[in-house]
Design a protein around this ligand. Structure first.
Ligand code: T4K
Length: 400
């Protein structure tokens, strides 16, 4: 029997399938699309020449300006990574006590920045269609201690931005977006990063747009940007002035120069991923038990991730077994975001973390699987992955 727990496969047929379809190299869940090394080398030479390595150098200033233009926003501040950016977003709004309502279906960075700011995360269940905070449930969790809502546009799918804003306004709460996945996404013709009081973008190597490590905040006013820029530099505003307890969150010139080259490539990357997503949708349409997320009206996506939900009964294998079986084919999928943040030992004793309060999030976390997607993957590779899935299902159905 195959090692990955697929106990219902006849060994010989399974091995024959693996031999026929195994990729010669691992197909990872993502890979950065990188600019030609020679182009980066030219920018590195300028850095060597100027000997200006960090602290708002010329590449930093240029990237900030060009990103603001690309995203259609006015006040953008660059950071060394998205986590520190989000940490400072809360500091900047002076949220450093009480409770903040957030989702458990996210990367650990989201609740951890609350913890690091002395805030208690209150976990709220998610909407099964968007996999983002369920606005109805948010409202039920508001207490006199609630300071803000920290919502995540998971996989770049917009949250219900209108309803969340309406709830935040009615209760006098800040609305903060972890938009780590949402680079370049627009909703009703507006950049998604413009919604809420502040949004954070991540430029990590695994992201659609990358600066190796990096991130940004999109702020409402120029004054907020000025304050964030100084907090990102230890609170320094002048040679002899420190306005508050800042941190070192600066992006270096090496990162910013790389970002400028990435920006020239990002439209092509989005287009390539759009085409790959279409191939996935077509290839998966006829396979029982593998559901793709529904398209939402008014949304221009960035196709950063390709998540599916596995229905074990209809497909014939659980998500965990499928994740293991695909490894045998050298197809490396990821369970973003299992386990839920609410199950981490630092949060699991909270009332809001009880599984019965988060039933949709638990169900989704148990069934989610992100398939490989990145610009340099070919449509042929995607069709081959879909074929593997189709043949696996056929084999399971035949041996049931
Ligand atoms: N909020 C949300 C909702 C987030 O998803 C994230 C980060 C953050 C906040 C925090 O933003 P940052 O502080 O990171 O800017 C990865 C990333 O490290 C993480 O940034 C990202 N979310 C998360 C969704 O994915 P891992 O633990 O899955 O990374 P890793 O090293 O397993 O890489 C995944 C795959 O990517 C590998 O199989 C191969 C490929 N890869 C990875 C790296 C690092 C490459 O091809 N090249 C590389 O350099 O977290």
């Amino acid at each position: 029997m195959p090692a990955a727990g697929a106990a219902r496969f006849p060994e010989a047929s399974f091995r024959e399938l693996v031999d026929r379809h195994r990729f010669s190299e691992p197909v990872l869940v993502t890979r950065p699309t990188m600019p030609p090394l020679a182009e980066y080398q030219e920018l590195l030479e300028q850095i060597w020449e100027s000997r200006w390595l960090t602290n708002r150098g010329q590449f930093h200033r240029e990237l900030e300006r060009r990103l603001a233009e690309y995203l259609g926003v006015e006040n953008l501040s660059l950071f060394c990574n998205g986590t520190i950016a989000l940490l400072l977003a809360l500091q900047n709004l002076r949220i450093n006590s009480g409770e903040v309502i957030t989702t458990p279906f996210t990367f650990p960075a989201t609740p951890h920045v609350l913890y690091w700011n002395g805030i208690r995360p209150v976990f709220c269940d998610i909407d099964p269609a968007t996999l983002n905070l369920d606005p109805d449930r948010v409202e039920q969790l508001i207490s006199p201690d609630t300071k803000a809502i920290l919502a995540v546009h998971v996989y770049g799918t917009p949250c219900d931005v209108e309803r969340l804003q309406e709830i935040a306004d009615r209760h006098g709460l800040y609305l903060i977006y972890d938009a780590a996945h949402a680079f370049g996404v627009s909703y009703q013709g507006r950049s998604l990063a413009q919604f809420g009081d502040v949004s954070m973008l991540s430029f990590h190597a695994t992201k659609l747009f990358s600066t190796f490590e990096g991130g940004a905040l999109i702020l409402k006013t120029e004054a907020q940007k000025r304050r964030v820029d100084s907090l990102c530099n230890f609170g320094i505003t002048g040679e002899e002035t420190v306005i508050g307890p800042g941190i070192n969150g600066k992006m270096s010139e090496l990162q910013a120069a790389y970002g400028l080259l990435q920006l020239d490539m990002v439209d092509r990357e989005i287009e390539n991923r759009r085409i790959l997503s279409r191939h996935y949708r077509d290839g998966l349409a006829e396979i029982p038990g593998l559901c793709v997320l529904q398209e939402l009206p008014g949304v221009q996506r960035n196709w950063a991730y390709f998540p599916i939900l596995v229905d074990a009964r209809a497909f014939g294998l659980s998500r965990d077994n499928l994740h293991g079986v695909l490894k045998e084919f050298n197809i490396i999928t990821r369970k973003y975001f299992f386990p839920l943040c609410s199950t981490y030992s630092c949060y699991s004793s909270f009332t809001s973390a009880r599984p019965e309060n988060l039933s949709v999030a638990h169900d989704v976390a148990d069934r989610i699987l992100c398939l490989p997607i990145y610009g340099s993957l070919s449509p042929g590779d995607v069709r081959a992955i879909c074929n593997v899935l189709a043949e696996l299902h056929a084999l399971l159905a035949a041996s049931a």
